[in-house]
Design a protein around this ligand. Structure first.
Ligand code: SAM
Length: 277
């Protein structure tokens, strides 16, 4: 049984587990027990979680396609009492409903508090063995092939690890498009995270296509794509980048930034940055 928490009025964005119910945080459980009502995507899904926690709550169905009247109703409640927002799994607003509600709450001066917890994108990034210092989360790839390739093409030069949500039926098509639009990239398929059959499989798109053709994937999937390799850059361009970086950064930081962007040796860039300073 969860100890309910005394809470001020406002909107509480509460992250919930992405598979393993043990991943609910103590604070999330206390907030869910202490609010006046819980706005949720699917009352059955959230009802199960609350039942597991031994919490009885008033549930209000909400998603970003909800009518303005529903949104206004929830915001009206949050102005005078604590109201939680949860999605079916993970962190609300991350490819899930909540954005419109948060915008509305902020416009009306209603306090918004976020109770952090699981999000599949972050769990996948921690498992993939791909650079985690810079990443770009881009939600779901489009389901249509042309639009999917356009999105990948648009992101091709981003010097960061790319993270996408994916579904099992579309995995092969997405890996095919990645192989063609982003050739040579390392990819990880993170599946069924926090659940019994969790796996994180790495390889080239071609290797992964072959594997999943033989072992059709089930369940929920996050695709993680490594950043592009170092670009070929001439010394004059590298120097210009270093000079520009030194306008705002210390030599060590400027060297690190240019090294990351170009793949050039950080120590050599640092020595040159000291000379230029
Ligand atoms: N808001 C959620 C979050 O913070 O993770 C994501 C919601 S989005 C509608 C659902 C997608 O998240 C799934 O299609 C899948 O790509 C990913 N996902 C959710 N749970 C997952 C899990 N246990 N393992 C792998 N991917 C998962």
């Amino acid at each position: 049984m969860v100890e309910a928490m005394a809470l001020d009025p406002g909107l509480y964005i509460v992250a919930t587990p992405i598979g393993n119910l043990g991943d609910i945080t103590a604070r999330a459980a206390a907030v869910l027990g202490g609010v006046a009502a819980v706005a949720c995507e699917d009352t059955r899904v959230t009802g199960k979680l609350l039942h597991h926690l031994g919490i009885k709550q008033k549930l209000i169905r909400y998603d970003d396609h909800a009518s303005e009247a529903t949104r206004d109703h929830i915001l009206g409640l949050a102005a005078t009492s604590p109201i939680a927002l949860v999605s079916d799994a993970g962190t609300p607003l991350i490819s899930d409903p909540g954005y419109q509600l948060v915008v509305g709450a902020r416009e009306l001066g209603i306090a918004v508090t976020s109770i952090p917890g699981p999000s599949a994108a972050i769990v996948a990034l921690t498992l993939a063995g791909l650079p985690s210092d810079r990443f770009l989360f881009a939600g779901f790839l489009p389901s249509k092939d042309k639009a999917r390739r356009e999105v990948l093409d648009e992101l091709a030069n981003v010097r960061a690890t790319l993270v996408f949500y994916e579904t099992a039926p579309r995995l092969a098509a997405s890996l095919g498009a990645i192989g063609e639009v982003l050739p040579g990239r390392a990819v990880a398929v993170a599946r069924e995270l926090t659940k019994k059959f969790e796996e994180c499989r790495s390889g080239t798109p071609e290797e992964l296509i072959a594997h999943y053709a033989a072992h059709p994937p089930k369940g929920e999937i996050v695709l993680v794509i490594g950043p592009p390799g170092p670009v070929a850059i001439n010394p004059a361009d590298a120097e210009a980048l270093l000079v520009a970086a030194l306008q705002n950064l210390k030599p060590s930081q400027a060297a690190a930034e240019v090294a990351r962007a170009t793949g050039l040796d950080r120590k050599a860039l640092y020595a040159r940055a000291l000379e230029l300073k």
